[in-house]
Structures are given as C-alpha cells and as structure tokens.
Ligand binder design. Sequence first.
Ligand SMILES: Cc1cc2nc3c(=O)[nH]c(=O)nc-3n(C[C@H](O)[C@H](O)[C@H](O)COP(=O)(O)OP(=O)(O)OC[C@H]3O[C@@H](n4cnc5c(N)ncnc54)[C@H](O)[C@@H]3O)c2cc1C
Length: 461
Amino acid sequence: MTDIMHSLADIVGEDYVSSQPEEIYFYARDPGLMPPHEPDYVVVPSTVEEIQEIVRLANREKTPVVPMGAGLALTGLIIPLKGGIVIDMKRMNRILEVNEGARYAIVEGGTSQGQLSAYLEKNYPRLRHSIPDAPPTATIAANVTIHGQGRLTQQRGFNSDMVGGLEVVLPSGEVCKIGSCALSFGWFSKGPPLPDLSGLFLGWFGATGIITKLAVKLYPRKKFRDVEIFVTDRGELVPDIVYEITHTEMAEDVLIFTQPMPLMFRDNHHVSFYITGDTDEELEFKRKLIWKALDRFIKAKDGGFMGIPPAMKPTLLEMPQRSASRLADVKRGGGFEYSGPIIMVEKYPECSEKLKELASQYGLAYSGMVRVIDGGHSMMFAFAFAFNRSDPDMMENTRKALKEVSDFVLKVGGVYWKPTVEEQRMALENMDPNTRKLMKMIKENLDPNGIMNPGNWEFIS
Ligand SMILES: Cc1cc2nc3c(=O)[nH]c(=O)nc-3n(C[C@H](O)[C@H](O)[C@H](O)COP(=O)(O)OP(=O)(O)OC[C@H]3O[C@@H](n4cnc5c(N)ncnc54)[C@H](O)[C@@H]3O)c2cc1C
C-alpha cells in the first residue's frame, strides 16, 4: 500500500478504500461519450469528519479529489481527469429531517432522488420534491450542483432554486453552512435575506467544495395528476403555444418532444402539459383553462389534442420518466447522450430544425426533448442522439454532431447546461471577461492548490 492508501484506510477503514483495477475501471468512466480516465484511489466515507480529513490529506499531497453521486450526469463531470481520489458519496444517504410545516427536507450529500421520494410518499404523502427524469439513483446534491431540472421546474425554476440551505466541506477542509442555517436552526432559505453564497457552490461541479448536507424545498402533492398532449406540425408555433399555456399558470410541468419514431410522431411537435388537483373539479378547472387558451390554434387547424391511449397514460405519468433512455437500446449495448442548453423558448423552431439537420447529416437516431423552465423564462432543449457502443463510426459521428450543437448554442444565445470540459472552455472564452476574472478569483481563493475536481472550470489566464 502507498502512503496515501494507508492514510485513506486510516480515515474510512480498509473496506471503504480501493485502488484495485476492477474498481478503478468503473470509476474511470460515465455512461456518456467522454473518454475514460482512471483515478488512483476510490473512497466511500460515511461522515462529514471523514470527508474533511480526506480533503486535508489531498491538500497536503496535492492530489485531486472528485466528489461523485451516481455518476449519471453523462457529460464526464465525474471522470477524474487528473487522477487522484474519487469520493463516492453513497454511504452518506440519510434523510435527517423533514419539516412538514415549513415544507423542507434536510438530507445528506449522497442521498438519492429515489430515496427521498419513496420516504416522502410513505411518511408525508402530502409533500413532494422536484424529481428529475434521471434514474432514481441520481443524487439530490449532485443534481443541484449541476442546476438540474425536475417535475416542478416549470413552476419553480431550476432544482437549485429550490434549495433551502447547504453544508459544505470547503477545499481547506473546513465545514461551512450556507443560507438561513448559518444563523438559525431553520433551513428555509439558501441565501436571502443574507448575501446568497450558495452561488459559490451551485453550478461548480464540485470544483469549490463538497456538499455534505442540503435542504430541499417540498411542495404540495395533490391527489390527482393528469397529462394532455397538444400536437402541431408547425414548429414555428410552439413558442406561442407554450406562451399561452404558461400564461394560464395552471400547468405543473410543460415538456415538448419531437422525434421521428414511431412513424406517427414524425414531423410533429408534441407539447405535453401536466396538471394536478386535490379534486376532480380542480383538475377540470385547470384543464379547461388550458384548453380555452389553445382554442385559437385548433380553430385555425394548426394543431389539436392527441387522444392518449389508456395504456400509455401510466408511462407518461411515472416519475421519473424513462422515455429518455428508451431512445437508446441499452440492453444491446446502446447509449445516448444529449447536449441540453438553456435557451429562450422563442428559439425552439431553430433548435428543432438544427436537430433534424444534424441527425440526417450524421445518420443518427435523434430525439428533441424540452422542459420549459420557470413559467417560460427559458427552456432546456435536449439535442439527444442514440448510438451503438460497438460501432466506432457511429460514436464518432455522435461526437461530431454534439460538437456542432456546442457551436450552434452560442450562436443562438444559449447557455450550456452541465457542460463538458470542452464546453466549459468555450463558455469561459466567450463570456464577459470581467465575469471570467471574478470566477477565477473565486476558484483560486477557495481552492488555491487546485485539488477540487480539476479540469472543470479550469481557467486559461
Ligand atoms: C436517462 C437520463 C435522464 C436524465 N434526466 C434528467 C432530468 O430530467 N433532469 C436533470 O436535471 N438531469 C437529468 N439527467 C442528468 C443527470 O443524471 C442528473 O442531473 C443527476 O441528478 C445527476 O446526479 P448524479 O448523482 O448522477 O451526479 P454525478 O454525475 O455523480 O455528479 C454530477 C456533478 O456533481 C458533482 N458532485 C456530486 N456529488 C457532489 C457533492 N456532494 N458535492 C459537490 N459536488 C458533487 C460531481 O463531481 C459532478 O461534477 C438525466 C440523465 C439520464 C441518464
């Protein structure tokens, strides 16, 4: 054993540290397209104090540390680009408190989406959190670190907007509380009325600290939930349709999908909206308001509602939805990856045209998946392509298509979501120079030895 290995074993116990090739293999990659890179060690700590000691050790040894949730971000954010220690957070998975009155839950930094939703369903059936459509093992802390989005995002903003406070191990090894919990026993706000320091950690992909606890805001879970799908073959009308739906303020979630398969979907744009209510009357009231708002498109013969077969309803209503991964034939070694820029809804027609153009140019199966954010202030447009891992040409074509998406996004005023390292570089090069300087100051002051998830948000001087 090396000195570092001994020290790590002293901190977490021999059973929870490894440098064995068969384990290192898995921690070197994610399910997306990025090339793998091996860590030197993997540790699975169970307490905040252990994480503090690991980070202090990494500082002394000038060795990178990469915090990891479920490794499902797909864009290579947990690949240890410069080796070092991967900190697998999965043992820190306790649900510490649910404050029913103030509607928040405090969880540890490795708690998964599935754990919290199952716990709430069983113990607090009138409460829910914003569940992303990622597999349920995805962690809550990582999802807010990458500004994820979920089922309540249309009404409430990014999942990171729904954070009620953070506990973070800083790159120095100190523990710091962020938000109302810095001053109060209540975890009801991530910042206001204090200066909002959560921005030093959210969006940084673990490059400024490790979240060991966080509070997520909870919202009413209504008894009934339903979905409707409005279909149009005129992509240029989709922004107007979304505008009318969001104007009613009745929809919980608004998603749009466009894909060529099955054949009946080809060249159509499906705007699905979800409504909730505690009674049939509430549900019907919301449904009718939205129907009325879309009436003019029906009268002009520009679109209409799709009858949803009863067998399809449960699939559409499940949380998380699995339709994204269905695009890829995972069982036969398929994969999929998407670039999901955050962009104004008015850019939908250009984005869907670009998606089709790239799919045809590179001969790829595609799907466009959109989530409307925060009442229509923006959307996440996922340019998703499926590939077969055993076909190197197809993998290369997918890389090329996604690279073209990265260039296109900047041209149409989009901002990368969970960007790859290459997209992070492009963002840094293209942003306001004083913003870049400010980000650099923050990173260098918090992490002077550059040990936290290096390669990410790395600054070219
Ligand atoms: C089929 C599919 C569907 C998806 N749908 C959605 C969706 O609807 N909405 C959505 O938002 N995302 C979606 N995603 C993307 C992604 O899976 C999720 O955002 C997920 O929440 C990431 O969580 P994770 O635990 O896998 O993160 P990881 O990949 O493990 O980590 C992501 C980043 O967070 C950092 N990190 C991890 N833990 C910590 C910590 N405790 N402190 C600080 N930094 C940390 C990592 O270093 C990395 O930079 C989807 C992915 C797939 C495969």
